[in-house]
Ligand binder design. Structure first.
Ligand SMILES: *Cc1c(COP(=O)(O)O)cnc(C)c1O
Length: 411
């Protein structure tokens, strides 16, 4: 059964988000910058407060009660993440500081496996954090970086993918959803074709996970990443999923406490998974809150979230199309998540963003950490409105009113 947006109790959900009650420049806040970071529900805020009020301690080390409680809560959060992504084993879940950390961890590990002549394939729709670590890897190893082209519609050119893919391709990097345009990429197809030539695939899930619940086993993906702050969790925590056999081979990223088995000045042996990749005291509270955030989102349900957000996206797109000087970038609404990247002809996105902020509306303007996409469209940036399940059509109407004002002031 396909779920519809009907019956979605957005007013009840909004009560979970205290920040939505605040004013900005004298107006009610309208927060449409969810692709940059999501807001935090009271349940997650309470979880953070509870940790510091009641059981703040270092984990995996002390025998005392607080340390045991903190360790149990942290490891329980790892199990929540494991279940959410349907990983086979908890050892495949590395808790990191976020997507950027996760990608750097993998890229740094591949220095061991790459040589001149090898190729890595990066999609043209990537966030800088899924471009730069691979350029650094190529610089160090002599491997070649190839770019998978995108089309005018802002979708990946799958013919270009097949043309570029060959037996020298060691790794393919693609985001599940583009943060700049909202495009949902055909990762199933990419994974299958990459595996056929023996390449591994890293999927940057930072922008997909707020809208889609991925099943890493069904996808047969090799590495998958996300950041908790985009899925109602705190900043500074996230996840790297990797297939166990791949993570076993990958060398540790950082040395330090927690990631070792035995240390002497003659020889150090490393801890098993997942600790091998978790050197030092982690973001304990953040990890626990990450688990809470996933529980919160699952209690609403990703099918309901997707249906409701699709409805918002369709409505906002229809209303934006009332302007005759608007250009919307990226694919049609059925091929993307609830993100609209657009410009007004002849207006600088920054000027529009500044004016609507004066009216209490938060949108992102600029290149969205994806300069190659802006170069492709030959624009300095876009205005990006990104919606979440706690936004409403009434907020979209306020946004349209603000844009009408900005448009007439600037034209
Ligand atoms: C936000 C984002 C990132 C970076 O995530 P951090 O939390 O800043 O590490 C990477 N890729 C995509 C697609 C994103 O949306």
């Amino acid at each position: 059964m396909i779920k519809t947006a009907e019956g979605f109790n957005v007013e009840k959900i909004r009560n979970d988000f205290p920040i939505l009650n605040r004013k900005v420049n004298g107006r009610n806040l309208v927060y449409f910058d969810n692709a940059a970071t999501s807001q935090t529900p009271q349940q997650v805020i309470d979880c953070i407060v509870d940790y510091y009020q009641n059981y703040n301690a270092n984990i995996h080390r002390g025998v005392h009660a607080l340390s045991q409680e903190a360790t149990e809560a942290y490891e329980n959060a790892r199990r929540i993440v494991q279940r959410h992504f349907n990983a086979k084993d908890f050892k495949e879940i590395i808790l990191t500081s976020g997507t950027t950390h996760s990608i750097n961890l993998v890229a740094s590990g591949y220095e061991k496996f790459m040589t001149a002549g090898d190729e890595v394939l990066v999609s043209g729709l990537e966030h800088h954090s899924n471009i730069v670590p691979w350029q650094m890897l190529c610089e160090k190893t002599g491997a070649q970086l190839k770019v998978l082209a995108m089309t005018e519609e802002g979708v990946l050119d799958m013919q270009s993918f097949e043309d570029l893919l060959n037996f020298k391709t060691k790794l393919v990097m693609v985001n599940h959803v583009s943060n700049a345009l909202g495009t949902i990429n055909p990762i199933e197809d990419i994974i299958e074709k990459a595996h056929a030539v023996g390449a591994k695939v890293l999927v940057d899930g930072a922008q997909a996970t707020p809208h889609i619940k991925p099943d890493v086993q069904a996808l047969d993906v090799d590495y998958y990443t996300c950041s908790a702050h985009k899925i109602c969790g705190p900043t500074g925590v996230g996840m790297l999923y990797g297939k166990q056999e791949l993570l076993e081979e990958l060398p540790p990223y950082q040395g330090g406490g927690e990631m070792i088995d035995q240390v002497s000045f003659e020889k150090t042996t490393y801890a098993g998974l997942p600790n091998k990749f978790e050197a030092g005291t982690p973001n304990i509270c953040g990890g626990i809150a990450f688990g809470k955030a996933l529980d919160y989102m699952n209690s609403i349900g990703f099918e309901s979230i997707a249906a409701y957000e699709q409805d918002l996206l369709d409505y906002a797109t229809q209303r934006l199309n009332e302007f005759d000087n608007i250009i919307i970038y990226g694919p049609n609404t059925d091929a993307k998540t609830a993100v609209i990247s657009f410009n007004f002809q002849g207006l600088h996105p920054y000027d529009v963003g500044t004016l609507v902020d004066k009216m209490g509306i938060a949108v992102r303007t600029g290149h969205h950490c994806a300069q190659p996409i802006m170069e492709f469209f030959k624009i300095p940036g876009t205005i990006r409105a990104s919606f979440s399940f706690y936004n409403t059509k009434a907020e979209i109407d306020l946004f349209i009113e603000a844009l009408q004002k900005a448009n007439s002031m600037l034209l």
